[in-house]
Design a protein around this ligand. Structure first.
Ligand code: MV4
Length: 446
């Protein structure tokens, strides 16, 4: 087992990993920028290392500084968290080349899944349904002839994109020619790779993802799904499990498909297989090769500590649970608390937390790295915490969430708490029958 793990991240996820290390008897090394010397992940760590100035490029994205930090502190592994370098294959490779363990999948797996069109081919190989579509299209002419086979509307996607970046919809061949031209140029400048592919455009799908976990001994399991359709501009607002929109039969098929994909790709560590769901059909779109923000939703239902499991797997341990031993009990929801003003187009709202009281009681979990008197720096992501609730039924979880969000007293900044309270009284959310376009429709209504 590792003696010391360096956490190449900040905020709530860095603190989450610190906690997992401490429970495993592993020393946790926090890194920090000049903007984060008073941050909670720094206060809770066993050892700290200063990286550099606030801009991420000079600190949390600075590979040289991170490797130097690991070397100087004598760490034997690095956990990347999410965001920053978590899905950077070159970083994973640099870590292992330096003789350290990377707590995540191999650089090869990150690289393979980072190309969304290659990931589609891997899914097809594993008999996992994909959205009707194409391989890479070399030209506008090729796109037009391929789209004639698929049928309009089609979606143009950048192979190097993902998470909503570099996508366009085309209703006919004129729009498609334009979309290909614009998307190619954008993808070249944003990702250094203008490769495009096409998919049939699904108008209002649900977004459901399956958590998988695989070890280095051929073991691979799923930990069921999370419903992630409540989103705005590709930023998830809340997540829940089980998905209220899928049947037991779809769940079983989708979860089995996710495991087949992980096994076929020789995948190790934590991963998330993303699907679009329409009626009773599901289609693979992407695989995320990191621990995700919403992982606590799965932890609440299964009892499996996903971050500990990641660390144990990276240290060579087999999976701690067998597939038929994974519980899936009750209902959980996660509410992302962002320092943003939902009444002012979600404008970032950094600054000092002048007063803070955090909810508690049965079935309530708060993963956050803020405290009263803490100044949220303006340099990083606006998510400052997550409220996760669990109860036996969806209805009880909703009532518990409403109660807990009302207990939250957070002053000095604007947050997304009022938006969550609104959603908890929204008929469509309460019905469970919502899709990826719903929140933006609701916000347009005012
Ligand atoms: C789609 C789609 C409809 N049809 N693909 C956006 C993010 C990226 N991960 C995939 N995305 C989509 N791909 C086809 N063929 C609609 C979306 C989409 C979406 C997907 C998941 C969650 C939120 C979304 C919001 C808008 C569009």
């Amino acid at each position: 087992m590792f003696d010391k793990v360096l956490i190449a991240n900040r905020g709530e996820i860095a603190l989450r990993v610190v906690r997992a290390c401490q429970e495993l008897g592993i020393q946790a090394v926090a890194v920090y920028s000049d903007a984060d010397s008073e941050a909670l992940h720094v206060r809770h760590a066993d050892e700290i290392y200063h990286l550099g100035p606030p801009p991420a490029k000079k600190s949390y994205l600075n590979v040289e500084a991170l490797l130097q930090a690991a070397k100087e502190t004598g760490a034997d592994a690095i956990h990347p968290g999410y965001g920053f370098l978590a899905e950077n294959a070159a970083f994973a490779k640099a870590v292992t080349d330096a003789g350290l363990a990377f707590i995540g999948p191999s650089a090869e797996a990150i690289d393979k899944m980072g190309n969304k069109s290659a990931a589609r081919r891997i899914a097809e190989d594993a008999d996992v349904p994909v959205v009707p579509g194409s391989d890479d299209v070399g030209s506008a002419d090729e796109a037009v002839s391929t789209a004639a086979e698929i049928g309009y509307p089609v979606m143009v996607k950048a192979a190097a994109g993902g998470g909503g970046r570099g996508i366009r919809v085309a209703e006919n061949k004129e729009e498609l020619r334009k979309a290909v031209q614009v998307a190619k140029r954008e993808a070249e400048s944003a990702f250094g790779d203008g490769t495009l592919y096409l998919e049939k455009f699904l108008a209002n799908p649900r977004h459901v993802e399956v958590q998988v976990m695989a070890d280095h001994h051929g073991g691979a399991i799923h930990l069921f799904e999370r419903e992630c359709s409540m989103q705005r501009r590709h930023q998830k607002v809340l997540e829940e499990a089980p998905s209220p929109g899928i049947s037991a039969e779809v769940r079983e098929k989708m979860c089995e498909a996710a495991v087949r994909l992980a096994k076929n790709a020789d995948y190790a560590n934590a991963g998330t297989v993303e699907f679009l769901v329409e009626d009773d059909e599901f289609y693979f779109i992407e695989m995320n090769t990191r621990i995700q923000v919403e992982h606590p939703v799965t932890e609440m239902l299964t009892g499996v500590d996903l971050v500990k499991e990641q660390i144990l797997i990276a240290a060579g341990e087999p999976l701690s649970v067998a597939q038929d031993e994974v519980p899936f009990v009750g209902h959980a929801m996660e509410f992302r608390i962002n320092a943003e003003d939902p009444d002012n187009d979600f404008m970032p709202s950094p600054g000092e937390i002048t007063f803070l009281e955090v909810p508690g009681g049965p079935g309530v979990r708060v993963d956050s790295a803020i405290y009263q008197g803490y100044k949220i720096p303006p340099f990083y992501d606006s998510m400052v915490g997550k409220l996760i609730v669990w109860a036996l039924t969806r209805e009880e979880a909703i009532n518990r969430a409403r109660r807990a969000l009302k207990e939250y007293r957070l002053e000095g900044i604007n947050t997304t708490i009022p938006l969550h309270l609104r959603l908890l009284d929204d008929k469509v959310f309460l019905s469970g029958d919502y899709h990826t376009g719903y929140l933006e429709e609701l916000l347009k209504e005012g």
